[in-house]
Write a protein that binds this ligand. Structure first.
Ligand SMILES: Cc1ncc(C[n+]2csc(CCOP(=O)(O)OP(=O)(O)O)c2C)c(N)n1
Ligand SMILES: [Mg+2]
Length: 584
């Protein structure tokens, strides 16, 4: 529906709060929603049915929040999920915090008790507003049915502005079931608040000038991008600036896709795991950090980057600048706008800068070739069980440029963060690094697949993460999504097992899983299922999954069971580990 159609579709008359919620969401043009019903929000569900809006029953509200979160990342529009009073609402917490930390716009609805009876031990009653408040950017309690449109407007404005985030509307039963005489004017929405970034703010001009001078004088500048580049959709500005000034670009897991990993200026992942980026950071004389929090993993536990290197930090959230590492120059503003301004400030110097940095840029292919040579044995490994690096190589070959890879919180995300190459800029790699929960892969894949129905979507997850979410395979099948789910089957809570190997001399506790045939389970659930034990069969199995467009396919991959080889081996992991250290 176009914005004009929506605007002419504004209802009036007597209706309950649930209907008003649905009418507003329709006006906002939101996509499919994810939730599980309960008494309090049933008028809302009924309105969805009457209005023909898409809503998917999920089997755990946490998955609804994950699916909505991934949906939002793919579309840049708020993802919508709901949960009923009490356990439904509290199950939303993990998914909402993912969105809060990752800066993802979301609208969540939670039913709450009827105010005529609250605090009288109503069934499922709990102090949910207090539990949910720190999980969201803003929690809005709706106290009057008449205020439903106004407060949903507010929710969109908050969710999509500044650093985006989730907003929770806590809706008491009597507000949802209660009725009000609405006028057509009540139903209105500001179209500029429906996608991110809702508004752009430019850094201060004087700060841009100072930053430009610093970068202009640098011989070995480097750009470090985080997830903010996606929130700002700053791809063109990043590429234009990096190319005009001959500046290499490194990325965090969340920032992958700022420029294509296959672009000659991309030096890959930096932080805990790196190909060549960390060594280039060490040798840099000026860092430009864009939309990146410089958190634990990006900084190798605050060991990177060295304090001696001047650092320009561009971020939409002022208080994020300098939190972990003092910034020489703070640029408070939108990533795209800031990069455009820097490019403009340095435009006259671009030719000279490119010439001066020719040798520097020339190092990238040489260093990458050196890394590839060192990693070749792993990337090309034909060992069984299958080497994770080989799997990543096969993903690089099998997945087309427009595909989306959703990566779960276990090793799946770390390995693909390091070795998976996006072939074009944009949201082609979606890891849940906001909270790094395991279990995001499958529901995140559902959300991404529904957001981009024509796009090949692959979700890669550990067996532990998949076990958490097995029930959502039913959701995926019911939704008819042609999602490929790659299970990294190491019969272990591998991350934990690897740490126990490294730090506790192999005294394993609660880190083994029983060997399962997830392909057979998938087939029993009416989905496609392929089990792969031979690395030579990986490509065909992935292609089989990608070719299936109307139901999910599980590709169950038997990978190394050796806990000494579970960490991304292409990393410099030969660190000396003392008890109490975290290596991964
Ligand atoms: C909800 C949640 N619980 C615990 C953890 C800690 N954790 C990180 S990775 C991991 C192992 C997960 O096992 P699996 O999904 O099989 O992935 P693997 O590391 O074996 O590839 C655990 C328990 C987490 N990230 N999220
Ligand atoms: Mg595992």
């Amino acid at each position: 529906m176009t914005d004009i159609d929506r605007a002419s579709n504004r209802p009036s008359g007597r209706m309950n709060g649930g209907r008003a919620l649905a009418e507003m969401l329709r006006l906002a043009g939101i996509g499919p929603m994810f939730g599980m019903g309960g008494f309090q929000l049933l008028p809302f569900y009924d309105a969805l049915a009457q209005l023909g809006m898409r809503h998917f029953l999920i089997n755990d509200e946490r998955c609804g929040a994950f699916a909505a979160e991934a949906y939002a990342r793919v579309t840049n529009r708020p993802g919508v999920c709901d949960g009923t009073l009490g356990p439904g609402a509290t199950n939303l917490v993990t998914g909402l915090i993912e969105g809060l930390n990752a800066g993802t716009p979301m609208i969540a609805l939670a039913g709450d008790t009827n105010r005529a009876h609250s605090w009288k031990n109503m069934t499922q009653e709990c102090r949910q507003a207090e539990i949910l408040r720190p999980a969201v950017k803003e929690l809005i309690r709706v106290e009057l049915t008449s205020r439903v449109p106004e407060l949903l407007r507010r929710a969109f404005a908050v969710a999509t502005s500044g650093r985006p985030g989730p907003v929770l509307l806590d809706v008491p039963e009597d507000v949802c079931h209660g009725e009000h005489d609405f006028a057509a004017e009540d139903f209105a929405i500001d179209p500029t608040t429906l996608s991110v970034p809702a508004r752009r703010i430019r850094p201060d001009r004087a700060d841009i000038a100072r930053a430009a001078a610093l970068i202009g004088h640098a011989k070995r500048p480097l750009i470090l991008v985080g997830g903010g580049i996606h929130l700002s959709a700053g791809y063109e500005a990043l590429l234009a600036f990096a190319e005009a000034q001959s500046i290499p670009v490194a990325h965090t897991m969340s920032g992958k896709g700022g420029i294509a990993c296959t672009h000659p200026l991309s030096i890959g992942l930096f932080g805990r795991y790196s190909r060549i980026a960390n060594e280039l950071i060490e040798a840099s004389d000026c860092l430009l950090v864009v939309g990146c929090k410089l958190g634990e993993i990006a900084t190798k536990r605050y060991a990177l980057p060295p304090e001696r290197i001047p650092l320009v930090h561009l971020d939409i959230l002022a208080e994020e600048i300098g939190r972990c590492r003092p910034a020489t120059i703070a640029l408070w503003g939108d990533a795209r706008a800031g990069l455009e301004d820097l490019a403009e400030a340095l435009a006259d110097d671009a030719k000279r800068a490119r010439a001066a940095r020719a040798d520097y840029i020339g190092e990238i292919p040489t260093r990458m070739a050196g890394w590839r040579e060192e990693a070749a044995a792993r990337l090309d490994s034909s060992e069984r069980p299958i080497h994770m690096a080989r799997l990543c190589r096969e993903l690089n070959v099998a997945l087309p440029a427009d595909s989306i890879l959703v990566a779960d919180g276990g090793f799946a995300g770390h390995w693909t963060g390091l070795l998976y190459d996006t072939k074009s800029p944009g949201r082609h790699f979606i890891p849940d690094r906001g909270l790094a929960s395991i279990g995001y892969g499958l529901p995140g894949g559902i959300g991404a697949a529904l957001a981009a129905p024509q796009t090949p979507v692959v979700a890669i997850t550990g067996d532990g993460g998949f076990n958490m979410m097995l029930g959502e395979l039913e959701t995926a099948r019911r939704a008819g999504v042609g999602l490929t789910i790659v299970i990294v089957n190491n019969a272990a809570s591998g991350y934990v097992k690897a740490l126990q190997h490294a730090m506790f001399r192999g005294r394993y506790q609660s880190s083994d899983l029983v060997e399962m045939d997830y392909a057979a389970i998938a087939r029993a659930m009416g989905c496609g299922g392929v089990r792969v034990e031979d690395p030579e069969r990986l490509g065909a199995a992935l292609r089989e999954g990608l070719a299936e467009r109307s139901r999910p396919t599980v590709v169950d991959i038997v990978v190394t069971r050796d806990p000494s080889r579970m960490l991304p081996a292409v990393d410099n992991r030969t660190v000396e580990i003392r008890q109490g250290d975290r290596v991964a």
